[in-house]
Ligand binder design. Structure first.
Ligand SMILES: NC(=O)c1ccc[n+]([C@@H]2O[C@H](COP(=O)([O-])OP(=O)(O)OC[C@H]3O[C@@H](n4cnc5c(N)ncnc54)[C@H](OP(=O)(O)O)[C@@H]3O)[C@@H](O)[C@H]2O)c1
Length: 215
């Protein structure tokens, strides 16, 4: 994954000085966060899956910068990552181009019904009932669970009422069309705005707690 992309997806979503919020919905001491970066018009990738537009060149004079030591410490608090197969394929593609693997040595669960290459032993594949997977397997084992895209998986996670928190980093760009942040939600999801941060790069990071999913 490109360096700027890594910054967008990780650093600019971080809180100033606190860990991810715990939700009262969790049946264990665990929290499920959905995090992605999007254009102002709500897309996480172009229609063809490209994310070149994440490399923006804006500068917001009043914006914050992130202390690298804090970033490193925060990333250590994430216990596992979950992603859809198309996001995994993008990550593999970035890695093949020499940009590295963005998920360190953390357990990374890839949702897929296909046979995909397993390039490291921290990656595992899962297919089936997402609610059963999150509540039955992930929550009892991991405290801080991060869903990192894409739109299909994020939509599924919210529709099933599995997320405690949504982190949405808005980049200073409009791209007109693409893959939406949340694929076709079929109901309202009430949120509580918990944190807003603006960065020197012009990115605005929003953190919401999920209050409830309409029946
Ligand atoms: N801007 C950002 O922050 C950001 C973050 C992440 C991704 N992205 C971009 O978003 C794009 C991918 O997003 P996307 O919405 O197209 O796809 P996605 O959510 O990454 O992956 C969707 C796929 O996951 C699999 N899947 C989903 N639920 C499943 C389940 N319950 N069981 C088994 N498999 C399941 C299916 O794959 P199979 O067909 O393999 O069964 C499905 O087609 C990429 O271009 C990526 O670069 C951007």
């Amino acid at each position: 994954m490109g360096l700027r992309l890594k910054e967008v997806l990780q650093k600019e979503s971080l809180p100033a000085n606190q860990p991810a919020a715990m939700s009262s919905k969790a049946t264990t001491d665990s929290s499920v966060t959905i995090h992605m970066a999007a254009s102002l018009d709500g897309f996480i990738a172009r229609k063809d899956g490209s994310v070149d537009w994440l490399e923006t060149s804006d500068e917001f004079a009043g914006g914050e910068t992130m202390d690298p030591g804090f970033v490193e410490a925060f990333l250590k608090t994430i216990d596992c990552y979950v992603m859809g197969s198309r996001t995994y394929e993008t990550a593999l593609n970035f890695e093949a181009k020499g940009f590295g693997w963005s998920y360190a040595d953390k357990p990374t669960f890839v949702l897929t019904r296909r046979e995909l290459p397993r390039t490291r032993n921290t990656v595992d594949f899962y297919s089936g009932d997402l609610a059963q997977f999150v509540n039955g397997r992930l929550r009892p084992t991991f405290r801080n669970i991060w869903f990192v895209g894409g739109g299909v998986v994020s939509g599924e996670c919210l529709r099933l009422g599995l997320a405690d928190e949504v982190r949405y980093s808005i980049l200073p760009i409009l791209i007109g069309d693409g893959i939406p942040f949340f694929e076709k939600l079929d109901r309202d999801v009430a949120l509580h705005l918990a944190e807003v941060k603006a960065y020197k790069s012009g990115t605005v990071a929003l953190r919401y707690e999920v209050r409830g999913v309409a029946a």
